[in-house]
Every structure is written in structure tokens, then in C-alpha cells.
Design a protein around this ligand. Sequence first.
Ligand code: GCU
Length: 612
Amino acid sequence: MRKLFLFAICTLFTHMAMSQTNLITGIAARKTTSLNGAWQYIVDPYGTGFYDYRYQERKENDREAYWNTDEPVNKTERKEHKFTDKYILQVPGDWNSQAEKFLYYEGIVWYKKSFDFTRTSAANKVYLYFGAVNYEADVYLNGKKLGKHKGGFTPFNFEVPDSVLKATGNYLVVKVDNTRHKDEVPTVNTDWWNYGGITRDVQLIEVPQAFIQDYSLHIKKGASLKTSKNIPVEGWVQLNGGQSSKEVIVEVPELKIKKAFPVTGDKVAIQFNLPAVQLWSPQTPRLYTVVISTNTDRIEDKIGFRTIEVVGKQILLNGNPLFMRGICIHEEIPRQIRRAYNKQDALQLLGLAKELSCNMVRLAHYPHNENMARTADSLGILVWSEIPVYWTIDFNSTEVFEKARTQLAEMITRDHNRASIIIWSVGNETPVKPVRTNFMRNLISAARSLDSSRLVSAALEVNYQPGVNKIDDPLGEYVDIVSFNEYLGWYAGLPDRCRTAKWEFAYNKPFFISETGAETLYGFHGDSLTRWSEEYQEWFYREQVAMLKRMPDNFAGLSPWILCDFRSPRRNNQTFQEGWNNKGLIDQQGRKKKAFAVLKAYYDEKSSTPNP
Ligand code: GCU
């Protein structure tokens, strides 16, 4: 009965997925004022700024609340919070990498930024936009709460009431709490560093009273590409603030397209045919300028047109069979060892993937910053984008489902115009049990209802049996691509285990190895049997590649674990790890290990054969 109830509730939430977030997209092309830079901070491990001494949440006008002014009303007033330039954190940026005292800090940090602001037009509305805050953000402006957001890797925005925003001396305070909790997404155990803070851009966005909030444009699912003429495109434009316009205009100037669509409500359906168009692909990452306008607003974006679909056992990109030469990437930069967040970081990480002859990256295990997908669009790298439904989250909780679904909706809303993204992933290595499969199945249908134009997958579990490795995870029934992580030769036996590996597939679908890898400390050498040596990792990849060459014809590619070594509190071999997961093909200083060349050689060979 309980399972039925849970399924019913999850189904209800799935239908809620039809509702978009109130997220404003296309930020780069809007009228913005950056609030990046030096923010003052107070570390508050006991939440003193939020709870009084009876541990009751402070009232909004409580003068000891850290969101209220830190200026004493006169020289007699006792004030026990004060922000000063002696305590500065850079935004965007995780706090862990900015000072030794923050490396392991988990808890509350109050950020404060003072700013002046003059609207370019008095009639405009103003929103406050955060690229991401890990994990929980409570946002206050001039003592008034604008809102709260949970989820460490997706954007959010709050409208700033005219009554709150001032021309000078605005007092913006953000309470950030990166404490892990069992009932959050992710839960308390992850194999990555819990970088806390305002980790991505903060901007004020100015929009007209009636503005274009979001838009989606893609080639119609199932469209024939036989002739590159008259390719049907469909999508929608989401208006906000009423329909002062009678029509929405969509232009693709390079293709001499300009179409008007009648406004019949907040969501305006659009569809038109593209004349001869250069389809987006890794070989030809062609992006077109798209202009969407109403009589009060205008937004411009760079969009690539391509199709992605599964037909039988194959993934087809623009109708051609696709083999994904991938690599997994965490959002962490070598040498500087911090959360990645800007365009240079994206160019560095994706540039290394290109050096490895990749045509695809799996952005693990959470939505990366928006620069990654936009840079992948430009460089021609396919993307797997994932929400952190990781390992043992609480699948019994409808609240946790809603948290996961919200992060899924925010991820898809932000990036649904990025041609490079072909796969939405709803999770990684979740334990096989009925309540988990229902939970994940409902996330999959939520993803599909938000974006029917892309494929959906997840890293499933392998059923290791004596003599055969079965790919029969029940979730495989609901995904488009049956993906799984396998570590034959690292967590199971030695690399020569690959020579006798037998695989059995329960689904007549493409399959993808979403992780495989072995750990080595850069510069530690020995024979290939010496665990942790570069030679062991090299042997591991040689055996894996030999096994991959024996895989059946529905093998659609792999994304080995992982491009670069990364911090993890779970990795405490104080000789070979010291708080690092060293499965990277590149070490934390950006140096390539011997196995890099083995995988690159395999990818070079694959890229030179048909169906690369
Ligand atoms: C798992 C997991 C990764 C983890 C990796 C490892 O498959 O998905 O997040 O880091 O294995 O054990 O190194």
C-alpha cells in the first residue's frame, strides 16, 4: 500500500514538472549588473545570526539578526555582528579554496555586499540572479527576505521589489549553509569535496515590466534530415509580466528567417522551417544567432540545430550512428584546486578533453556552471548533464523527490537551448530496490515532460554474477541509453579480469560505460602489478580497451573516470591519496599520466573508423 501511495505521490510531482521554474534564462544577453568581487563575511557555525539564544528563528526586524544593519544606532548600542574588509571572500568562488581555515569548513557563512544601483529605465523590474550557491541560500536585501533556495549546482533568481531596492547603500546579505543532510540531494555521502559558498556569478538583471523570461528552440523530434532544406523547428517563448505584445518575433538573420507568432497567453508556441542549414555536430559545431523579440523586450542567443535519437540499438546524431569518446569531469580546476566557474576554466577542462580526442564529456555528478555547456556548444563537444541523485539519497521521501525534481527542472530550464547537451541524467549508482526504481522512473518522466528533445539516462548498477556481468537493472527499462559504471581490474580483481569478462544485456538498447578507471599517484612508478603505480593504471586501460573491442554492436561509447584527480574526503590512503581521488588521467598539477596516451590512442583509432 505504502509503495502504491509513494508512486502516486511521485506521479503527482511528475505532472508538476510541466510547470517550469521562474528562472530567467539567456542571462549573458540581458541588461545585467555584476555583483561579483569582494564580499565581506562572518563565519557562523552555531547560526547565531539566525537563531536567538533560545534557538528560536529570529524575527525579521531583530536588530541582532545578521541580515539587519551592522551599524549601531549610536555609540551606546551593543552590536555583536559587524562585517568588515578584514574578512573578505571572493564571489564567485568556493570558500574552501580561499583560506586554509575553510578547507574542511562545513556550516554557515554570512556574506555581505553593499552596492548602489541606478536603473537604466525607471519602468524596469529588477531581479537578483545567482548562478549557484552550495548548498542552501537565504537572501536578504536591506533587511527584507527575498527568498530561499536549496540545491548546490543550479541557478535561481528573486524579483527585487521597488520598495526594497535603493539607489545607494543597498545592504545585501546571503546566509550560505553547506551542511550535508540525509534528506537533501545529494545526501551525506559523496565521493567529492563539499565546496561551499556563492560558487557562481551574482547579477542584478533589469527587465521591462513585460519581458521574455525563457524560450526553447530545437528541430522537431523525428524530423527527416534527408534534405537539408525545410527542416521543421519547434519550441516556445515564455512571457512574464503580461502580454503587452500581440506577437512574438523570431529571427535567424543568417538564414534570412523572420517569423511572427500570435500571443494567446504567457507561453507562445513557435514553429517554422529552416532552409538549408548546417547542422550542429562535433565535426561542425555551427551556431546561429537567434533573436526573439516582443514590443517591449529583445533577447539574442547562439543556438545549434541538430537531432539526437535512439533507433533500435543505435544512438543517431543528425541521423548518423554515434560512438561517444567520452571522459568524466568534476567541476574542479587543476593547480588552483577550486570549483571551476568561469569561461577560462571551461576552456581549460574542455581543451584537455579535446587533447584526449574526446567528442563527449560526462559532467559529473551535478549540473556544472553554464560556461561549460556554452563552451561545449562552441568547441563541438557532446555533453551528458546530471543531477546529484547520487548513491543512497532518501528514496522514501516525497520531499526529497521534489528537491530532485526541482534541481532537474532548473538544470533543464537553464540549458535546454544548448545543442551540445544530448543526455539528461537523473542519477548515479543508486541502489536497486522498488522504491528507488519508482523514484528514478518518475524523475525520467519529469525530464521528458520538461524536454522531449533529448535522451535520458543514469548510471545504473551492474549485476555481477559468477562468470557473467548482467546489465539488468530494472531502471534500464525506462532510460534511452543503458549506462553503467564498471571497474573490472580496480574494484573487482586485477586488470586481466577483463580478458574473461562476459556481458549480458537485458535491454535491446544502446549501452554506454559511464565510468571505468583506476587510481594512480602521478610520478609513482613500478611494474604493472604494483597498485597505485602509473604502470598499473596504464595496464588497466590497455585491458579495458581490449575488452571494449570485443563489446557487442550496441556499445555506444564510454566516459572513463576521470579527466583530472579531484579532492575527496573519502580517500585517505596517506601515501597515495591524502584526501584525493587520483583516478584522473591528469594529476592535480595538470600533468598527464601514462594511461592518458593509451585512451587517446584508442579514441584516435575510433575517430578514424566509420561511425566515429
Ligand atoms: C563511482 C562513483 C564516482 C566515484 C568513483 C570512484 O562509480 O560514481 O563518483 O568517484 O566510483 O570510486 O572513484
